[in-house]
Design a protein around this ligand. Structure first.
Ligand code: AMP
Length: 222
């Protein structure tokens, strides 16, 4: 069996990727694209403003909370730098990348090609219910859901660090609809791309969390 080291989990926003990833416990770092983008915005000397070749100066934080995708070139540069850091030497699990066909091709062209793409296939009704209940920790990034069995132990507080949980701006129902349509337009072609390459596996997102974890672990020898 080919050793699988470089993995991405694909799925619509709210499909449950973050919750699943938290429970996998794989032997490689999880690289969240949005966390890497936020980190890049924090450490940039231009504040949250980045230069895009087509759009000029864009405010990364504002763009990210509007439900639109960050331009390919900016995300690609941030991810290339992150994936070339030492902790990624033996592989990685990507959350939120690639999200466009151009990003998928960029990975292959830059020696970052994946061994496995896992599609978490979840119905849109389930997604909408999950997203309206999602709460996140602004301090450590932990994800909870007040509509499922992933509730925090103490109402409104993070189990891990005690911070006050928040509802992300982009989990607002209008923005959720926008994000789902962005997913259909931009990310479905990525699913087709990996299917054609023969490295796509699909997990049923309506299963219980332990069953989904089992399904992923049966695909990954890490
Ligand atoms: P997420 O937390 O993964 O839902 O991402 C939040 C926001 O980060 C998205 O709405 C986008 O603005 C941005 N983002 C995350 N991943 C990507 C990506 N691969 N390409 C472009 N924008 C991204």
């Amino acid at each position: 069996m080919k050793r699988i080291r470089k993995i991405t989990i694909l799925g619509a926003p709210g499909a449950g990727k973050g919750t699943l990833i938290q429970k996998l416990g794989l032997n490689v770092p999880t690289i969240s694209t949005s966390a890497s983008l936020r980190e890049a915005a924090k450490s940039s000397d231009k504040g949250s403003f980045f230069q895009d070749k087509d759009k000029g100066a864009i405010n990364l934080k504002e763009l990210m909370s509007s439900g639109q995708l960050v331009p390919n070139e900016i995300v690609q540069n941030v991810m290339k730098e992150r994936l070339n850091q030492d902790d990624c030497k033996n592989g990685y699990l990507l959350d939120g990348f690639p999200r466009t066909l151009e990003q998928a091709k960029f990975m292959d062209e830059n020696n970052l090609g994946l061994d496995l793409a896992i599609l978490l296939d979840t119905k849109s009704e389930t997604i909408i219910e999950r997203m309206s209940g999602r709460r996140t920790c602004p301090t450590c990034g932990a994800v909870y859901n007040v509509n499922t069995d992933q509730k925090p132990k103490v109402d409104g507080k993070c189990d891990k660090c005690g911070a006050d949980l928040i509802q992300r701006k982009d989990d607002d129902p209008e923005i959720v609809k926008k994000r789902l349509s962005v997913y259909d337009k931009d990310t479905r072609p990525v699913v087709d791309y990996y299917q054609k390459k023969g490295i796509l596996e699909t997990i049923d997102g309506s299963k219980s969390l332990p069953d989904m974890v089992k399904d992923v672990l049966s695909l990954v020898n890490l």
